[in-house]
Design a protein around this ligand. Structure first.
Ligand code: ATP
Ligand code: MG
Length: 437
């Protein structure tokens, strides 16, 4: 017996009909992005490991334990390189923008979609290969672009029919403000060492801000009483944050302040935000983002401000399902029933014309190959039914002899009568098939 192969744990196949929901979502995203004038960027799935270590930060869950990293085979000069499957896309976007000097003539608005890889414990809403859609605006400093990005996400929820979300925002200030807060935070946690779990104690001096983001219920009390970063903000940070709030209010987007909101990556400053839902259990964040004004400079580019977000496609689709937003139909308009094998060449030509006219057609093809013939009419009609098509096109020998095909309405169009249509004048009746959509 040959061993049966299966996919890597935590990595999913996306199969029809489920894949139609993905395409439906992606279509809406593309259309919306173009209305907001965000343009597509595609970066490689593999990058140098040091790109992520330098951008995401050494003391983060992702870099400490979640990356898929391997040593590339040595090149000619005997130098091996460490490569990593991207755990997120912002670092790659910043690298590409810097490498190709994209900001030379002003700011850029970009979006991406694609798979990301993190070696986490697989569970509902948390996978090892998952998919993000992200938007990044680089080269713009003001809260107006923060607001634009939040409007963009909210518009997407509206177009998808998602209603069960809330927006949380916070301001992380600037590095100097964070440094003052950090000192107070460490002092506070040192007084409450007994309430900290092992991971928090380990991070106490390397990344205390991340302790605020703990998912450990036993630590909620000690974290709730901790000094708040928002109380350490200077005038300029406060102005940025209040500016954003005013724009969100003017745009009619409800938000709430979450002073404990920090991000799992080190590069954020000023605005951070999350769209969350209570309907997906512990994996309730569907979209997260913020400002990262220091990152481009830190990655060796000419310093420029930037802001962006990323949404988790699996979680958004799961939430749509929870809310009962209907799966999209992916059935063809018509199914071609072909009684005689000999007719196939003429049928193929007619189907080409139909498809050119915009009609989607599934052709009957026997699973046993041509040697076994086309199969009985009964079995062909069973297939036609299962395909979900609204019409059967019957290419019988008699019809073909007259230069015609019989168009038989199936589900949804069954109030119409069967009609004979001409093989040469496809344009004249293709519209009728499309009209039944
Ligand atoms: P979480 O707190 O849920 O681990 P995160 O802070 O690590 O999320 P980000 O790095 O900000 O997440 O990624 C943005 C979005 O990508 C998340 O809000 C979530 O919707 C999605 N996401 C992140 N990790 C995963 C994963 N392992 N599986 C599925 N979706 C994910
Ligand atoms: Mg995470």
């Amino acid at each position: 017996m040959v061993e049966k192969l299966s996919a890597v744990k935590g990595m999913n196949d996306i199969l029809p009909p489920e894949s139609a929901r993905w395409e439906w979502l992606e279509d809406r995203v593309r259309s919306l992005m173009s209305r907001y004038a965000y343009r597509n960027i595609r970066t490689p799935v593999l990058e140098h490991t040091r790109l992520f270590v330098r951008s995401i930060g050494e003391v983060t869950d992702i870099v400490e334990k979640e990356m898929y990293t391997f040593e590339d085979r040595s090149d000619k000069h005997g130098q091996a390189d460490l490569l990593t499957l991207r755990p997120e896309n912002t670092a790659s976007v910043v690298r590409a923008v810097t490498e190709h000097n994209l900001l030379y003539d002003g700011g850029k608005r970009l979006y991406y979609m694609g798979p990301m890889f993190r070696r986490e414990r697989p569970q509902r809403g948390r996978y090892r290969q998952f998919h993000q859609i992200g938007a990044e605006a680089l080269g713009f400093a003001g809260p107006d672009v923060d607001a634009e990005l939040i409007f963009l996400a909210a518009a997407l929820w509206r177009e998808l029919g998602l209603s069960d979300w809330r927006l949380e925002i916070n301001c992380l200030g600037q590095p100097e403000e964070r440094a003052r807060h950090r000192a107070q935070l460490i002092a506070y946690f040192e007084q409450h060492l007994d309430d900290l779990d092992e991971e928090a104690r380990r991070r106490l001096h390397s990344n205390p801000l991340r302790i605020l983001d703990t998912k450990n219920p036993a630590m909620q009390a000690v974290v709730g009483q901790a000094p708040r970063l928002i109380d350490f903000l200077g005038a300029s940070s406060v102005r940025h944050f209040e500016g954003l709030q005013a724009m969100l209010d003017a745009g009619g987007i409800a938000w709430s302040l979450n002073p404990r909101l920090v991000r799992g990556l080190d590069y954020y400053n000023l605005t951070v935000f999350e769209f969350v839902t209570d309907r997906l259990g512990a994996q309730g964040t569907i979209c997260a983002g913020g400002r990262y004004d220091g990152l481009i400079g830190q990655m060796g580019g000419k310093s420029a401000p930037a802001v962006g977000w990323a949404l988790g496609v699996e979680r958004v689709l799961e939430l749509l399902k929870e809310q009962g937003v209907d799966a999209v139909a992916s059935a063809p308009d018509a199914y071609a029933v072909i009684p005689e094998l000999d007719s196939v060449p003429r049928v193929l030509a007619c189907l080409q014309a139909l498809r050119q006219a915009g009609v989607s057609v599934q052709m009957h093809a026997p699973s046993g190959g041509q040697a076994e013939g086309m199969g009985s009419m009964k079995s062909q009609f069973k297939r036609a039914d299962a395909s979900g098509a609204r019409f059967a096109l019957i290419f019988g020998a008699e019809e073909l002899a007259q230069g015609c095909v019989a168009v038989k309405p199936l589900r949804g169009a069954s109030d119409q009568a069967q009609q004979l249509e001409s093989l040469t004048g496809v344009q004249a009746w293709a519209g009728r098939l499309l009209g039944a959509r």
